[in-house]
Design a protein around this ligand. Structure first.
Ligand SMILES: [Cu+2]
Length: 153
């Protein structure tokens, strides 16, 4: 009985590990740098889910609170607002970029300087409804950085 239990756990672990790499591909992750006193900034990246799913929550040790935001027009004003989740259609690249969807890092504990690395944990729900953690290392770029993709890979 004991031995059987151990084998089952090992099988479950290796299954989970294989699932993470196959499920969501994260590329070009970066965070906009901040100045002292600034309490919020955006994180950007490209997400691609092979089987489809949704980004349901995000965490980072540099921020007291993290939200998923969208930009939308309200009258003539572009505003951002939190959304409960971001759909990841199967096989499509979803781009989080300035002016569009982004991860909002709030209640920052310290200024983020260019060249630093910010750990970010994405909670992604697969088609089967099971959440998985995807660990991302995002590079801090200039305060004035406007987009992804143009930097070295
Ligand atoms: Cu925002």
């Amino acid at each position: 009985m004991k031995l059987l239990g151990k084998v089952a756990v090992l099988a479950a672990l290796s299954f989970a590990a294989a699932g993470v790499s196959a499920q969501v591909n994260v590329s070009d992750a970066w965070v906009r740098g901040t100045v002292p006193g600034q309490k919020a900034t955006g994180a950007f990246m490209q997400l691609k889910s092979a089987d489809g799913g949704a980004l349901v929550s995000v965490q980072s040790p540099v921020a007291g609170k993290v939200e998923i935001h969208e930009m939308r027009m309200e009258g003539n004003v572009m505003r951002m607002r939190a959304i409960p989740k971001l759909e990841l259609p199967a096989g499509q690249t979803v781009e989080l970029k300035p002016g569009g969807y982004h991860v909002m890092l709030l209640d920052l504990k310290a200024p983020l300087q260019k060249g630093e690395t910010v750990p970010i944990t994405l909670k992604v729900q697969g088609k089967d409804g099971k959440p998985q953690d995807v660990e991302v290392k995002a590079e801090v770029r200039d305060l004035t950085a406007s987009g992804g993709g143009q930097m070295k890979r």
